[in-house]
Design a protein around this ligand. Structure first.
Ligand code: 5AD
Ligand code: SF4
Length: 458
């Protein structure tokens, strides 16, 4: 979501003359887009700001001003503190107000970099959403994010999202289709629909109309009709919102990729209950079984938190049991990080750091085993790969399989941005390598052709 938001900030600043650079020393403005989900992520902000202060003062000596902005969820949660701890920051804005950036920049540059004015802290949740004001998106490659839903009403006991991103909000279907078509016209082939709780999507068919709301299943079916979009994905989902209509979309819509990120967080009912997840392990299994009935090749990934307050050895064993049963393809796993303001932070039986660390490494070893095994099983197969990155080696391009596995191939540039069949030849725990299958087929066909031509001549 932050990648999407950062791109959109670049989009709103383009009309007033800003272009993206990767060299902060030359930048007239530097925006740090922050994440508040775990303590480590928030703490990074202040060390990064110290570095930027040096850049700002060096540029100042040569007569150049630098606007420093802090955006995202840390800004939302700790805006005033940021201005106090780092008074050289010019703009602080939350995730819901970045469409106002151009105005804020104009204001900040007019005031001069030394003055801090209260109005440069904008962490409102405005009545009219930013989506009503944002300019058309510009595609950055053949795979794009499309934000369809924001915020969350679930209030899991560990999570800051409902506080920093606010209440659930869904964009209308026509708005989303418009953005999808515009991305497709710029060469995008794969869309990943984004939302903090994406399968809670409940949008109107048309913006502003009073008609019934529709769910994610309906939206996916509608998007599957957009010319040029060959792959659809969505993340991140909550098991409670995996309704039957969405599940059946997995069987009906061929362009919906056979890989689903469905976080379970823990394999212990006791801990799920303390986490306020409002589902049990058996519910999770039931959902997975239903999905597999629709699409047998479907594979899953998950998020896990170890060391949530009260988690004992048996609870952790239950998580390992669930992992062994489902065999997730790839997952994200974290030590529980206490977040101020969330119910988890006030709970008794906080787990010591060293135990969290031990559990995390056991869990990650197991997840890596499954990930490696699946990559190895894929060797020998031919899969369609969407090439959307250049590799580190010369003539290397990198793409994604339907299951999100990174695939490296030595191939010419003509395949960049395309979906091409690849024979998978070798695997590591993180990725695969292969060669373009089309070449074999093509050269075989060409051989046949020339053979026939010869016979014709005779
Ligand atoms: N501590 C550790 N992990 C967390 N996550 C969310 N909040 C916390 C926290 N306080 C993880 C969850 C979520 C993912 C985005 O981040 O696993 O699914
Ligand atoms: Fe956070 Fe996801 Fe739970 Fe919402 S559903 S509170 S975003 S973990």
């Amino acid at each position: 979501m932050n990648v999407y938001d950062s791109d959109r900030m670049a989009d709103v600043l383009a009309p007033i003359g800003y272009v993206v650079t990767d060299k902060p020393d030359n930048a007239d403005m530097i925006i740090i887009n922050t994440c508040h989900i775990r303590e480590q992520a928030s703490e990074k902000l202040f060390s990064e700001l110290g570095r930027l202060q040096n850049i700002k003062s060096k540029r100042c000596d040569t007569g150049k001003a630098t606007v420093i902005a802090v955006a995202g969820c840390v800004a939302q949660a700790a805006g005033a503190e940021i201005l106090k701890r780092a008074p050289y920051v010019d703009i602080v804005l939350g995730p819901q107000t970045y469409h106002r950036l151009p105005k804020m920049v104009a204001y900040a540059t007019r005031l001069g970099e030394k003055k801090i004015n209260k109005s440069l802290l904008d962490i409102e949740f405005p009545e009219k959403t930013k989506f009503d004001f944002l300019p058309n998106v510009t595609a950055k490659g053949s795979s794009a994010f499309l934000s369809i839903q924001e915020g969350c009403d679930k209030f899991c006991a560990f999570c800051v999202v409902p506080y920093t991103r606010g209440a659930e909000y869904s964009r209308s279907v026509d708005d989303i289709i418009f953005e999808a078509k515009s991305l497709a016209s710029e060469g995008v082939k794969e869309l990943t629909l984004l939302g903090q709780n994406v399968n809670a999507y409940h949008g109107k068919k048309t913006k502003g109309h009073t008609g019934n709301e529709v769910g994610l299943g309906y939206l996916i079916r509608s998007l599957s009709g957009v010319d040029g979009i060959e792959r659809l994905r969505y993340m991140t989902s909550h098991p409670l919102d995996m309704d039957d209509d969405l599940i059946s979309a997995h069987g009906e819509v061929a362009s919906l990729m056979p890989f689903l990120h469905l976080p379970v967080q823990s394999g212990s009912d006791r801990i799920l209950n303390r986490m306020n997840r409002r589902h049990k392990v058996a519910d999770y299994h039931r959902i997975i079984d239903k999905l597999l009935m629709q699409r047998p090749e479907l594979k899953f990934s998950s998020d896990f938190i170890v060391g949530f307050p009260g988690e004992n050895d048996q609870d952790f064993e239950n998580t390992l049991k669930l992992v062994r049963e489902i065999k997730f393809l790839q997952s994200y796993s974290f030590k529980y990080s206490s977040r101020p303001g969330t119910p988890g932070a006030l709970m008794d039986k906080q787990v010591p750091e060293h135990i969290k660390g031990e559990r995390l490494s056991v869990l990650q070893d197991l997840l890596t085993q499954h990930q490696t095994a699946f990559n190895q099983e894929s060797v020998g197969e031919i899969m369609p790969i969407l090439f959307d990155r250049r590799g580190r080696k010369t003539n290397q391009i990198v793409g994604r399989s339907p299951f999100m596995q990174p695939v490296h191939v030595k191939a010419s540039n003509e395949y960049f941005g395309q979906i091409v069949d690849v024979s998978l030849l070798t695997a590591t725990s993180n990725s695969l390598s292969g060669e373009i299958f089309l070449n074999d087929k093509l050269s075989q066909n060409l051989d046949n052709l020339s053979f026939n031509a010869e016979r014709n001549c005779v």
